[in-house]
Ligand binder design. Sequence first.
Ligand code: MLT
Length: 302
Amino acid sequence: MVQFHCLNPIAACGLELFPDTYEKTEDFNQAEVALVRSAAMHDMDLPESLLAVARAGAGVNNIPLEKCADQGIVVFNTPGANANGVKELVIAGMLLASRDITGGIDWVKANKEDAGIAKAAEKAKKAFAGTEIKGKKLGVIGLGAIGVQVANAAVALGMDVLGYDPYLSVNAAWNVSTKVKHVMSVEDIYKECDFITIHVPLLDSTKGMISKEAIAMMKENVIVLNFARDTLVDEPAMVKALKAGKVRKYVVDFPNPTTAGVENCIVIPHLGASTAESEDNCAVMAVREVIDYIENGNIAHS
Ligand code: MLT
């Protein structure tokens, strides 16, 4: 019996597929495999028994990769398993930034006792009028599993899509719509686009890449979306740009004190992958990967 310790109950559902061979242990110090979602593992002592860490998600910035490498622990992630969930929320984010849907909903709630609400809505229609995304230029930075899906969905919605990825994989190249125009410099995205969405991993080289200088290059009234990691963006500089009216909206799927409550900042509590389907897909892929490693020595997505 291989001992799995689940740092997140959601990730554990993949284990139900293998009830006879694997069991859960409550004691991390006995664990051979750790299943984790977003919990930060950097300060944890990793037991000698640990053979593998499986991250039910794409990003591995919550895993101490060097410590794992030093202790010979293989780290797995589940790229693509939650891409559809994230893509759908990115599209929703673009629509939320373009149409004041939440303002309209709040207005109805605030006026629910008013017998004349239907008439008053005539005025509200003007107050909450928005713009359409069809025909607007979207720049997608990073064409991995999520970026490709976002780019393709935006094409289907009639957007003019530019894609930037200096490490474009063969898989992404096959899957991305031929209508996506590839640019060789990220500056082209900054300078040309009405919407910019970032889908790159958090690395030393990408941290803060949406810098003060990058924001300065962007078009007036640009809408920026960040469903990847908050520290990819210099958020104090972003908040200044929002206050100055340079950036129209910043949609970010990571709440923190810098952006929470800032006007024109739409902050979501990291819900991109929080769908029943994405959670199942990640959990099942994570467990399958570690089982394939333990039983057959195969290493996928590590
Ligand atoms: C990811 O990296 O894929 C996300 O952080 C997944 C999650 O919400 O757990």
